[in-house]
Design a protein around this ligand. Structure first.
Ligand code: ATP
Length: 295
């Protein structure tokens, strides 16, 4: 079995009366890309802060590379490339200062790779971080997170400051390359089409709880858009376990269905109908269905 890079067990975090993280169990194997998705305030950043040792677990345990990030920061942080949502870079530095400064921190800094990224990201050496655009700053932050070739890359909403071209062409390529090299990536995002393109696994968080955590392929296999034709017309949608988000009227209804594909036909037959059509669901559909259901 591949090494567990991240191992979070029963993690709880409260702010006042609110549970920002509610019994989170999450593991991530080496070489995997995990997309962490959830609405604003779902708890994504709070989880990432625990992985970085910036927050101590109130309950439960957090291990990264088998170590506790709070008690062993050097053992953990020296191997993590991190891009924060805020992109907190020293704004008074120029790009070349930032590269020299970061190189001094990391023994594994790859100067040739850093320079390649700088060109790809179209960053001038003499540009001042405080004077470039938000997107350019996000690229500079990404350069620093990548250039020492970390074993684990943590990206908190990496797309928020990046324009669509950089996102699609560069970020996706980088993430895939990193995983192909056997390194591990966890990135949070609310852009589900992007998560769908690059992730091996997807974890959905809603109000501090993990509502879905599985291989992307398995998620796609166990969620389908279905059209149902009933023998008798109905004013209310039929009751079929696992089906949510019903639309339709009379004899024709459609929904998103979650379950073992083999159980669909018998379940629809039991509800007095047949499956008239089925198709793949997008991660967006799946997220809305789960978030809505949980609400
Ligand atoms: N320092 C804090 N004090 C009080 N509440 C906090 C603090 N940090 C986070 N929270 C609350 O915890 C919950 C989770 O926040 P978190 O930032 O982890 O969400 P998120 O999923 O990263 O959201 P976003 O996509 O908006 O960044 C929210 O309700 C937030 O208001």
């Amino acid at each position: 079995m591949a090494e567990l890079i991240i191992e979070v067990r029963n993690l709880v975090r409260t702010y006042g009366k609110r549970r920002a993280l509610d019994n989170i169990d999450l593991t991530l194997e080496q070489g995997t890309v995990l997309g962490l998705v959830g609405q604003n305030g779902a708890g994504k950043t709070t989880l990432i802060k625990h992985l970085l040792g910036l927050l101590r677990a109130e309950q439960g345990t957090v291990r990264v590379f088998g170590k506790d990030p709070v008690s062993d920061p050097p053992g953990v942080l020296s191997r993590i490339g991190y891009l924060s949502e805020e992109g907190d870079l020293p704004l008074w530095m120029r790009v070349d200062d930032l590269m020299r400064y970061s190189a001094a921190f990391y023994p594994t800094w790859d100067a040739a790779y850093a320079e390649k990224l700088r060109r790809e990201f179209d960053l001038s050496l003499d540009a001042k971080l405080g004077q470039i655009s938000k997107g350019q700053r996000a690229r500079a932050g990404l350069l620093v997170a990548l250039a020492f070739r970390p074993d684990l890359l943590l990206l908190d909403e990496p797309s928020s400051g990046l324009d669509p071209v950089v996102r699609r062409d560069i970020l996706s390529a980088i993430i895939r390359t990193i995983a192909d090299e056997g390194r591990t990536v966890l990135f949070s995002s609310h852009l589900l089409s992007e998560v769908e393109q690059v992730s091996d696994r997807v974890a959905m968080v809603r109000e501090g709880r993990l509502i879905l955590n599985d291989d992307l392929a398995r998620i796609k296999e166990t969620h389908q858009r279905i059209d149902v034709r009933l023998r008798e017309p109905r004013q209310e949608p039929p009751t079929i376990p696992g089906a949510v988000g019903w639309n339709g009227a009379g004899r024709n209804w459609s929904a998103l269905w979650h379950g073992d594909p083999q159980e669909l036909d018998p379940a629809v037959a039991l509800a007095g109908g047949e499956v008239a059509g089925r198709g793949g669901a997008s991660l967006d559909d799946i997220f809305v269905a789960h978030a809505g259901k949980a609400a």
